[in-house]
Ligand binder design. Sequence first.
Ligand SMILES: Cc1cc2nc3c(=O)[nH]c(=O)nc-3n(C[C@H](O)[C@H](O)[C@H](O)COP(=O)(O)OP(=O)(O)OC[C@H]3O[C@@H](n4cnc5c(N)ncnc54)[C@H](O)[C@@H]3O)c2cc1C
Length: 614
Amino acid sequence: MGLFSRNKTVLVDSDVLIIGGGMAGCGATYEARHWGRDLNIVCVEKANIERSGAVAQGLYAINCYMGMQWDENQPEDHVRYARNDLMGLVREDLGYDIARHVDSTVHKFEEWGLPMMKDPETGRYLREGKWQIMIHGESFKPIVAEAARKAASKVYNRIMVTHLLMDRKKSNRVAGAVGFNVRTGDFYVFRAKAVIVCAGGASHIYKPRSVGEGMGRTWYAPWSSGSAYALPIQVGAKMTQMENRIVLTRFKDGYGPVGAYFLHLKTYTENAYGDEYESTWYENTKAIVGDYIDHVPVPTCLRNHAFLEEVKAGRGPIRMVTKEAFQDPHLETIGWENFLGMTIGQAVVWASQNIDPKHTNPELTTSEPYVMGSHATCSGAWASGPEDYAPDEYQWGYNRMMTVDGLFGAGDTIGGTAHKFSSGSFAEGRIAAKAAVNYVNDIGKDVPQVSEDEYQRLKKTVFQPMENYQIGRNEIVGGTVSPSYLLPLHGLQRLEKIMDEYVGGIGSNYMTNEVLLTRGLELLEMLKQDLHHLGAEDLHQLQRAWELQHRVLTSESVTHHTMFRKETRWPGYYYRGDHMKLDDKDWHCFTLSRYNQESDQWEMEKAPVYHIID
Ligand SMILES: Cc1cc2nc3c(=O)[nH]c(=O)nc-3n(C[C@H](O)[C@H](O)[C@H](O)COP(=O)(O)OP(=O)(O)OC[C@H]3O[C@@H](n4cnc5c(N)ncnc54)[C@H](O)[C@@H]3O)c2cc1C
């Protein structure tokens, strides 16, 4: 009898199951209760919702707020902005839907106790930029989590979801999820009528700039492990824009944010010799992307492109000119507080490297790529749009339902909708939950059935790495390396190396081509075969093992999408060396993929981009 049989199985019934209690998950849990007063609403989170997800450490700004009450912006303006930044390709129906609801979400945050900075003259929220408002946000996440905790029938913390369960009667319908408690090792079977995946984005797909002792230092949260993509991919949900991974320009070594510096402190960048450099790359960029370089504001990826070219030309490092702004004591305070509320590590790095921004202009760098759906990027699941606004082709069911019945998503999970950030992710969680409650009410007694055979089979699969370790460790004669198993860390480093070298990471200056991608896929396939031999010595390592599995599937998706889109749509995020130009004629479209787990094959297709807003 295997080791896994010693782990207790706990069965949990729910009407709406929310996977991941970050920004989107808390929004979904809160709203599900509003529309489903008598429903059983369960939220499951691999950490503790009090401080989980990308907002764990707090934020200093809410980056998506229209200000409609003061006529500052309208939802249409936000769609135009996101479309421009993503080089023309966004789901305008989904973006509009978030923009029209996001203000009320922000008002809720204030009602729940989030300290908002106010303009002393107008009394309005203090703007950092056209879309950003400033907050004292160290406790942003606990405030949001409290609303979710009060709304949920139950929150299960410390349970990592590894697989979704499918209905035994209808092949394309979700029926719940399974996972394990990372502290007790209990195996959980969540039966649900509807599931909302809110499991955040993906870091550690690509080799990070900080390796070895600094490995945990990434820009996106190191615990964002691609579950948001892998869970739906495993059950055949369509994904979109997975090639649109993001590269961030940030302060070097600490990945400290630059937004408040540019927007509020009005700092600017210069090359090693004190020269402005962006304009010198205008013709070069125009040759790749045409008129997109003339758009205002300049799309994020194109600003990266100028940075990368300047460094390649030997005129790095690029520095942020802080010396001028920091002479003003008020701006100096804002500059430091910006880190203290969000990325304390950057202040520590500067202290350790003798950098006082009042006297030294700090270096910037470009990050390794991340996969996410809520920032200046829009990777994620292909979702049905709002009934009153989406074109027919974008509508096959309930709002935010994926191409699997009963499976919804929000935040980083959903593709095509860039620039939603913390507030937009919460708002999208609310939108998805309202639709999921409608779905549950509509199915009535036709509820999905979970097969015991299926979850017993998954239980064996989930705990297999511990079984592998128990057996394999007997073969160790020295050190920790066994001939028969692979440790999660070794698998992760192998994945990061493949993605870095073949799929356009920092090591290749974000460059790839069909030959490299083909080889990358071969190596990923070999890695996948070896993942059957993952060994986990304890529950912590078991979690690492399943995070790795999710990262590998996410990476495979990124690689197939990057191969399919034969153009360089976002120079500065990545380059196809064999198709160095943007090609609007053939590629002004979304890329879609569907993974078939049985055959281990990926089907790729194009979907039209509809411009609904003028
Ligand atoms: C460094 C940084 C700075 C940012 N700055 C800003 C800013 O200034 N302003 C702003 O508005 N936004 C900012 N954002 C963006 C914002 O944090 C994200 O847009 C938002 O958190 C996305 O919400 P989400 O719910 O999709 O993901 P998250 O909030 O990350 O939540 C995902 C949740 O899922 C859980 N989870 C993951 N996998 C599993 C699994 N398998 N089983 C169970 N649970 C799982 C995670 O633990 C987590 O709690 C920033 C993000 C980062 C990382």
